[in-house]
Write a protein that binds this ligand. Structure first.
Ligand code: 2BA
Length: 108
């Protein structure tokens, strides 16, 4: 078994979870926050049999869109009236997925 830790955008998560549950994947949803944008995102934990990992990734890819957003970068070298921040455009998503080996899976 593998543990998939998938960080996705909040906007994609409802349809994604519907698809995963319909295909009989078990999912746990966590409310998380990205370190760069400091905005909410969603982390899904999924214990998946090895022969189903690619199916799971395909469902994630089909549901998670790339989106452009803007954020501000502050120039910390300049202070007071010289303070400056610069808008930058970044692309977020579709999904960031970590795949880990599961040592044991126990339900008590
Ligand atoms: P955030 O950390 O809020 O990052 C949002 C987006 O900002 C990233 O999209 C990326 O395009 C950009 N970004 C992140 N760090 C940056 C940096 N140091 N310099 C310039 N641009 C940066 P994604 O790569 O699609 O990541 C979406 C979310 O997935 C991230 O939200 C974070 O919560 C998570 N994530 C991505 N890579 C990760 C990693 N290696 N470890 C842990 N979490 C990760």
């Amino acid at each position: 078994m593998k543990l998939l830790i998938s960080i996705v955008q909040d906007n994609d998560v409802n349809l994604l979870m519907d698809d995963l549950v319909e295909k009989e994947f078990s999912v746990t949803k966590l409310a998380t926050t990205g370190g760069f944008l400091k905005e909410g995102n969603t982390t899904l934990l999924m214990g998946v049999e090895e022969n189903r990992v690619q199916d799971c990734l395909d469902i994630i890819e089909a549901n998670c869109k790339k989106r452009k957003t803007t954020t501000s970068i502050i120039n910390s070298n300049l202070q007071g009236p010289m303070f400056q921040s610069f808008p930058v455009e970044i692309e977020v998503g579709g999904a960031t997925v970590f795949i880990l080996d599961v040592d044991k899976f126990i339900k008590l």
